[in-house]
Each structure stands twice: as C-alpha cells, then as structure tokens.
Design a protein around this ligand. Structure first.
Ligand SMILES: Nc1ncnc2c1ncn2[C@@H]1O[C@H](COP(=O)(O)OP(=O)(O)OP(=O)(O)O)[C@@H](O)[C@H]1O
Ligand SMILES: [Mg+2]
Length: 227
C-alpha cells in the first residue's frame, strides 16, 4: 500500500507584501497507514504550514506531495474538494457552529451525497458515543466544556471515514487534565480503531504519547524518532 502521506523536498514561501517568508525549506516525510505521529517544534517553525499542506488546504511553492500515492498537484478543484472531505482536520480553536447541537455539528459535516438523513444521524450518534459524549449530544457548543467541544470536533473530523486525522494543537486551549483525557482519546482511536494520526504540538509531554516524533525547526525536519 502507498504511504498515506509522502512529502518530497516540500517548500512553502509566503509573500508578506514583497518580503518572502520561507516557512518550509525542504521537508521530506513519509507517513504509513496506522501511524501516530507528533510534529513537534517551537512557535514559527512551520508546523501549521506543513499540516495545512498535508490537509490540501494550501499549495506548496515547490516539491511534491503525494496523498495515498496521488500527486495532489495533478488534481482539479473538484477532485481536491473530494480529497479534503476524506481528511479529518481538528483545529486548536474547535470551530464548531454555535447554533447547532453536538449532534448537528457532526451530522452537518457528513457528505450529503453519500448517506441519507437517518443514516447520518445514526452515524453521528455512534461517533459521539465513541468520543464519550453520548449524554451531551443535544448540547450546543456554549453548553459544553472546552474538552467536550474538542471531542465534538474530533467526532466531526471522523464523520467521513477520513484517510487520516490531522490535529493542530488539539489541546492548546484546554487545561492540562482535560488535555490528558483528549490525548487518551486520540491514542485510543489510533490503537483500537486504527486511525492514522498526525498531530502538531509544541508540548514535549504530549508528543511523548505518540509512536513517532518528528521535530521541525526553522522550516526543516531536524529529527525523526520512534518513541
Ligand atoms: N499567511 C502567512 N503569510 C506570511 N507569513 C506566514 C503566513 N503564515 C505563516 N507565516 C510565517 O511562516 C512561519 C511558519 O508559520 P507556522 O504558522 O507554520 O508556524 P507554527 O510552527 O505553526 O507556529 P505556532 O506554534 O506558533 O503555531 C512563521 O515565521 C510565520 O510568521
Ligand atoms: Mg501553528
């Protein structure tokens, strides 16, 4: 099977007015199905830039990115949109829709084309149960704690059976006890459900929970180690 992600000499330069900012300066990375990878590095090192490229949310300036063996620079807009729907993204700020309940937020992200309404509801309930929110399904985000909101975001990211889960500082906005609970959940998804996980963090303690730690420094990978 092709690696889920393969980056070859990946570069990203942002233009800030006329000033180029080299956020990634040649990243080589291969991630196989079933891995639990932490991307660790200081602020400004290029972690989010890398994650956004892997999530097909942004285009590299140079280099090649293969997702499931497919060179994404060869995809047209509709193929890219399809691919994005098969990648689960969890952000630091949970990005839930305030006027929808937990259930509504998870249901809404399911591609309408693939599943009928009853099936969407059933699957959303199942996912919320998986993340431990069976008894909070009808709460709106404002009626949930930070950790619970992040669980909803994780359930939502899993809704379309993603090829892999990308998490950008998933515990950045919750207290350390709740952060540990979220980490336990992420670990369980990897170990029990076989979900491939790529998680960005600047926290060494959290990175230790992953099976593999890739350190990013100043736009390049400075180390790549198995825990
Ligand atoms: N849209 C943009 N335009 C210009 N420069 C940018 C843009 N986004 C990021 N950068 C710059 O690119 C570099 C990498 O940013 P990135 O957001 O990837 O860092 P990060 O490792 O995720 O940091 P943090 O831990 O603070 O989230 C930084 O120097 C940042 O200032
Ligand atoms: Mg970031």
């Amino acid at each position: 099977m092709a690696p889920v992600v393969e980056a070859v000499d990946l570069k990203k330069t942002y233009l800030l007015g006329k000033v180029p900012v080299d956020a990634l300066r040649g990243v080589n990375l291969k991630v196989e199905s079933g891995e639990f990878l932490a991307i660790l590095g200081p602020s400004g090192s290029g972690k989010s830039t890398l994650l956004n490229l892997i999530g097909a949310l942004d285009k590299p300036t140079a280099g090649t990115l293969l997702i499931g063996g497919v060179d994404i620079s060869k995809l047209n807009d509709s193929q890219l949109a399809d691919l994005r729907r098969r990648i689960g993204f969890v952000f630091q700020f949970f990005n839930l829709i305030p006027r929808f309940t937990a259930l509504g937020n998870v249901e809404l992200s399911m591609s309408i084309a693939d599943v009928n309404r009853a099936e969407r509801k059933r699957r959303a309930e199942e996912l919320l149960e998986t993340v431990g929110l069976k008894d909070r399904m009808n709460h709106k985000p404002a009626e949930l704690s930070g950790g619970q909101q992040q669980r909803v975001a994780i359930a939502r990211a899993l809704a379309n059976n993603p090829k892999f889960l990308l998490l950008d500082e998933p515990t950045g906005n919750i207290d350390s006890k709740t952060a540990r609970e979220i980490m336990t959940l992420i670990k369980r998804l990897n170990e029990e459900k076989g979900v491939t996980i790529i998680m960005v963090t600047h926290d060494q303690h959290l990175a230790r929970e992953a099976k593999r730690v890739v350190q990013v420094f100043d736009g390049v990978i400075s180390s790549d180690m198995v825990n």
